[in-house]
Design a protein around this ligand. Structure first.
Ligand code: SF4
Length: 439
């Protein structure tokens, strides 16, 4: 039987789709890229944002129609939203055969062979599953994501993750190192260690800085990133490891969410704006040129103009390299769902635009400072816009377009590039050293 997997949502969900593909492959199922060639369609869903959930329901309605021509087609809904909406999905879209939560992917082979095995246990959280024994099916690029832990214990008041993905549990250092060594042997040059709260990784013997150091000692691994960090768990020990090991990228994605102490408290983020500011200042003073990026939620319940201005002020002070700004939307099942969503939509949009515009000017200013400098760029391949150009990334994660395409340079090489132009999103450069940079 051939399976088509459609994925919505965050990087963790994309990784889960690779796990699902691994489970299916191991059990004799094949994968297909086309829905009309599939015997099974699995929709891996996300419930973190309302928008992704709505798109997923629309997609399910469309693919249910395929059953008119192929009544034997099996449609399964897996992932976060499957766990959250279970019975609602089954009632609303009758074409769906089953729903399966993020901890239950190992039930798939049995379920696909005998749909009568489907019951309520398919959509409960078990808080234990780590999928350590599964080999994910990947796309063979030069960069890969490796989940080091699952779940989250933080219970930020706006977030469904702890409810749909359960409590934190970490994979063993040994299984992570084995997986990354195999990836490097296959030609992978960069890995991103992935978890909802990577800094609180702990397998019982090793914490996150220990793991990071071990990973950085793997021969042939040129770059290591990690996401996502919670400010309360970002330790000095971690900053020291980043500073010391050259192949750990000088970049931390550190969601602040708001610059207002009152809102942070309501969000249950467990730090104050002052603590966040001193943490970023410490990182910047310890690691020269470190890039800090962030996430911000605008229009959280009770956010006044003063709170919004506090966020603007924090952005001005810390000058993030970039920010991802989201408009607050209530998620059922969270604590904040019971707060009055009292910031009008037009105000949320205006605040979001103000933050984006401020961030754009800061990003442009930071990026323009690189003009005239020679930087190390990990080549990702030919640019999508033109075959005459290549694209790559700096250590900081910034995208670079190289305005030439040298056939001797291949994806995965790190070359020296002289930056000659920049805007808020992209740097533009010319090759300044064809040899691989030895790291
Ligand atoms: S840290 Fe907060 S926002 Fe992030 S996954 Fe955990 S609960 Fe959600």
């Amino acid at each position: 039987m051939k399976a088509f997997i459609k994925t919505y949502g965050c990087q963790m969900n994309k990784y889960d789709s690779e796990i699902i593909a691994g489970i299916l492959k191991e059990n004799g199922f094949k994968l297909t890229e086309k829905t009309n060639d599939a015997d099974i369609i699995l929709v891996n869903t996300c419930s973190v944002r309302e928008h992704a959930e709505k798109r997923m329901l629309g997609y399910l309605t469309v693919i249910s129609n395929l059953k008119k021509e192929n009544p034997d087609l099996i449609i399964g809904v897996v992932g976060c939203a499957a766990l959250r909406l279970n019975k609602k999905i089954l009632k609303k879209i009758p074409g769906v055969n089953f729903v399966l939560g993020p901890d239950k992917y190992k039930l798939l082979p049995g379920l696909l062979t005998d749909l009568s095995c489907f019951d309520e246990t398919c959509y409960t959280v078990n808080n234990k599953e780590k999928y350590e024994d599964i080999i994910p099916v990947r796309n063979n690029g030069i960069s890969e994501w490796v989940a080091i832990m699952r779940g989250c214990n933080n219970f930020c008041s706006y977030c469904v993750v702890p409810y749909v993905r359960g409590r934190e549990r970490s994979r063993s250092v040994k299984s992570i190192i084995t997986e990354i060594k195999e990836l490097v042997a296959q030609g992978i040059k960069e890995v991103t260690l992935l978890g909802q709260n990577v800094n609180s990784y702990n397998d019982g013997s090793f914490d996150f800085p220990d793991l990071l150091r071990r990973v950085s000692e793997i021969d042939g691994l040129k770059r290591i990133r990690f996401a996502t960090s919670h400010p309360k768990d970002l330790s000095t020990k971690l900053l020291e490891v980043i500073k010391e090991r050259k192949n750990i990228c000088n970049h931390i994605h550190l969601p602040v969410q708001s610059g207002s102490g009152k809102i942070l408290k309501k969000m249950n983020r467990k730090y104050t704006p002052e603590e966040y500011i001193s943490l970023v200042e410490k990182a910047k003073s310890m690691i020269e040129g470190i890039s800090i990026t962030t996430d911000i939620i605008t229009g959280f319940p009770g956010e006044t103009e003063e709170d919004h201005q506090a966020t603007m002020e924090l952005i001005r002070k810390l000058e993030f390299d970039s920010s991802f700004v989201f408009r607050y939307s209530p998620r059922e099942g969270t604590k904040a769902f019971h707060y009055k969503d009292d910031v009008p939509e037009n105000v949320k949009i205006r605040r979001l635009e103000e933050i984006n515009s401020l961030q754009q000017s800061i990003s442009e200013k930071i990026n323009k400072k690189l003009i005239g400098k020679t930087c190390e760029v990990l080549i990702e391949g030919t640019s999508r816009r033109s075959k005459k150009e290549m694209k790559g990334k700096l250590d900081s994660g910034k995208g670079v377009v190289i305005k030439e395409n040298d056939k001797k340079v291949k994806a995965g090489d790190i070359i020296k590039v002289r930056i000659f132009d920049a805007n808020s999103k992209t740097l533009f450069g010319k090759i300044n050293g064809r040899k691989n940079v030895d790291i």
